[in-house]
Design a protein around this ligand. Structure first.
Ligand SMILES: [Zn+2]
Length: 272
C-alpha cells in the first residue's frame, strides 16, 4: 500500500470514486490527525451516501468488511466527516484530519436470537460483542470489526503517518462525544494508537538522533552508576580523549561504554 500524489494504491485498493463533498486543500501544516468512524450501514449504501451531493458528507476512505479500501477524496483536500467537533483546544476537525469510515453497523439491539442494527440488518451472536462505550456507563451490543478491517486500518494509518507526519489518531466519539459513538468499543482504537504513536501523540525521534560514540573532552570525567550527580562512582574518572560508546540518554546524561585500546599480556585474558 502506498500514497502518490495524495492517492492510495495497492493490492486491496479499489478504483477511486471521487466525492463532490469536499472543500479545497488543507491549510499548509494543518493536517496532522486521522479520525476513525463506523459507517452504521453496509459498504454500497454508505459509499452512495458519501458520493451524494445532497448528503453533505464524505470521508477520504471507506474500509469494507473484507478489508478492501475505496478512496473518495484525495488526501490533500478537506472531506466532510467530522461535523461539529472539538478536542484538545481545537474545533472543526475536518480542517485537520483524514477521515476513515469503517463498514460496521454500530450499536445493535437484541431481539430473540438475532441482533439488529438501526437500519434493520440482522446479525448472529458470533458477530456481536457486549461492551461499555468509553462515553457511556452501561454495556451495549456492538457489531464486531473483522480482522481484515483492523489490519487494513492499521496499514492505512501507518502509510498516512509516514506520508503526512500524522500526530494523532482519534475516534469521532472523542472529538464529538455528545453526538457520536463511532468507532465504538468493538474497535481496538487505544491499542492501535499506542502501537503506532506510543499513545495519542507521536513518539519523538530523540533516541534515533543519539550519536554512536564520542570522546571525553575534559581532563577528568566522573562515571557513575546512575544519571545523577549523587550516584556512586563506578570507576576511576575517565581521562581526556577516552573513547566512549553511547548506549542511551536520560535527562542530559549518557549511558556509555568505555572503549580503551592497548596491549595486555595474553595469559591474563580469559575467553568467554
Ligand atoms: Zn463518524
Amino acid at each position: 500500500m502506498k500514497i502518490k500524489n495524495h492517492l492510495l494504491s495497492g493490492d486491496n485498493v479499489n478504483k477511486m470514486r471521487e466525492s463532490p463533498n469536499q472543500s479545497g486543500e488543507f491549510v499548509k501544516g494543518n493536517l496532522d490527525t486521522i479520525i476513525l468512524h463506523y459507517t452504521a450501514g453496509n459498504a454500497s449504501a454508505s459509499i452512495n451516501t458519501l458520493l451524494n451531493p445532497k448528503s453533505l458528507s464524505s470521508a477520504h476512505l471507506v474500509v469494507d468488511r473484507d478489508g478492501s479500501i475505496t478512496q473518495l477524496v484525495p488526501f490533500n483536500k478537506i472531506a466532510w466527516h467530522a461535523g461539529q467537533s472539538s478536542y484538545n483546544g481545537r474545533t472543526g476537525y475536518n480542517n485537520y484530519s483524514v477521515g476513515i469510515e469503517i463498514v460496521n453497523a454500530g450499536p445493535l439491539t437484541k431481539s430473540g436470537n438475532v441482533y439488529r442494527s438501526w437500519y434493520g440488518e440482522a446479525f448472529n451472536p458470533s458477530e456481536v460483542i457486549e461492551a461499555i462505550h468509553r462515553n457511556q456507563s452501561t454495556p451495549k451490543f456492538w457489531h464486531i470489526y473483522t480482522p481484515e478491517q483492523i489490519t487494513a486500518v492499521t496499514n492505512l494509518c501507518t502509510v498516512l503517518i509516514e506520508e503526512y507526519n500524522m500526530k494523532y489518531i482519534l475516534g469521532h466519539e472523542e472529538i464529538a462525544p455528545t453526538r457520536k459513538t463511532d468507532p465504538g468499543p468493538a474497535f481496538p482504537l487505544d491499542k492501535i494508537r499506542t502501537q503506532l504513536l506510543g499513545g495519542s501523540s507521536r513518539v519523538d525521534d530523540a533516541e534515533e538522533d543519539l550519536p554512536d560514540s564520542g570522546r571525553v573532552n575534559v581532563n577528568n570525567l566522573n562515571i557513575r552508576a546512575l544519571p545523577n550527580v549523587k550516584a556512586e562512582l563506578v570507576a576511576k574518572p575517565l581521562t581526556k580523549g577516552t573513547k566512549v560508546k553511547i548506549l542511551s540518554e536520560s535527562n542530559g546524561w549518557y549511558n556509555v561504554k568505555v572503549e580503551i585500546e592497548g596491549w595486555v599480556a595474553a595469559k591474563f585474558i580469559e575467553y568467554e
